[in-house]
Design a protein around this ligand. Structure first.
Ligand SMILES: Cc1cc2nc3c(=O)[nH]c(=O)nc-3n(C[C@H](O)[C@H](O)[C@H](O)COP(=O)(O)O)c2cc1C
Length: 324
């Protein structure tokens, strides 16, 4: 409920609803940048986050790619972790029960190399679901593995088929995580909506590269990797805006968000929630800082509810008429 600050001003309502699920604020932490919660707990009061999107989990454990698999770049980082994860059996026996102790929502991110694997992982988690597991984020957008979801995420028909299949296996939130590595995100957003996804999240990392000019070797063991961090924010924002114009389901904005102001831009462009990724490597409590900053922004701007910002972009009539 809305409280009242000591200065008499009403606190802004930070709550967000995705279908039936109420989040305490719009700020989640992004898959692969917050582990399974335990790693960051020492530095971050997890319960102030709207929720945690867990590291992509596959059927079998994966060691990931050999080093080097993280490189710092101007305003960002390149990674080729390669979906290193504990596998779904350890995920449900250790990670989910640990996360169940916290008053925050958990979204399980799933990665796989076939339709059947996606479905089997999801159904296995369903059978062992904990009370705060509210949904799934389906990673069809990892650029760092040869047999990863990008073959789904860059094909509209396969995106729709996979979403339809998974929709039949769960009543929890089904969120499809889209890649920016396509010509246009619009048909993918529409395919997810047609197939019954509750929301889409975007963006995952962009394919990037870095070269050691003395050895002439690529700096990442996999030659190319995924670029993230502030460098990708303008691209992410444009993709959220394009997806917003193309579909009617909720959008979760991701990409280079480090501050409350960044978040406000994503909300104005049409996202109703955001995820904080690379910023967690600088400050493990980045999500909390962003959520607090957002509450202060709303209060200072006399905005009573965070929802009032969503999709509030103003585009002059003549630009709209010209198709922008
Ligand atoms: C080191 C690292 C590991 C990641 N692992 C995953 C992953 O396992 N699954 C996934 O869907 N996204 C993964 N991502 C992508 C992030 O969740 C996010 O979409 C992307 O980094 C863009 O957001 P950012 O610029 O705020 O980091 C990873 C990103 C980084 C930097």
């Amino acid at each position: 409920m809305n409280g009242v600050e000591s200065n008499g001003q009403a606190k802004a309502d930070m709550r967000v609803r995705l279908r039936g699920v109420e989040f305490k604020n719009p700020v989640l932490v992004a898959s692969g940048t917050f582990g399974y919660g335990a790693e960051a707990k020492k530095y971050c009061d997890i319960e102030q986050l709207a929720g945690i999107v867990t590291k992509s989990v596959s059927w079998k454990p994966r060691p990931g790619n050999p080093p080097h698999r993280i490189i710092e770049t101007a305003s960002g980082m390149l990674n080729s972790i390669g979906l290193a994860n504990v596998g779904v059996h350890t995920f449900v026996s250790e990670k989910l029960p640990y996360l169940a102790k916290f008053d925050t929502k958990i979204i399980a991110n799933i990665a796989a190399s076939s339709m059947e694997e996606y479905r089997d992982v999801l159904e296995h988690i369903e059978q062992h679901a904990t009370p705060n597991l509210v949904g799934y984020e389906i990673n069809i957008s990892c650029p760092n593995v040869k047999d990863g979801g990008l073959s789904f995420g860059t094909n509209v028909e396969r995106t729709e088929e996979l979403t339809t299949l998974l929709r039949a296996s769960t009543d929890r939130l089904l969120i499809i995580k889209l890649t920016p590595n396509v010509t246009s995100v619009a048909p993918f957003a529409q395919a997810c909506e047609r197939a019954g996804a509750d929301a889409i999240s975007l963006i995952n990392t962009l394919v990037g590269m870095s070269i050691d000019i003395y050895t002439h070797e690529p700096r990442l063991n996999t030659v190319t990797g995924g670029l993230s961090g502030p460098a990708i924010k303008p691209i992410a924002l444009a993709q959220v805006y394009q997806a917003r114009k193309a579909c009617g389901i909720p959008i979760i904005g991701i990409g280079g968000i480090v501050s409350a102001e960044d978040t406000v831009e994503f909300l104005i462009a049409g996202a109703c929630m955001v995820q904080i990724g690379t910023a967690n490597f600088v400050h493990p409590d980045a999500g909390i800082r962003v959520a607090r900053g957002l509450a202060e922004f709303l209060q200072k701007q006399n905005i009573s509810a965070v929802g009032d910002l969503v999709n509030s972009l103003r585009i002059r009539a003549e630009l709209k008429a010209a198709g922008w």
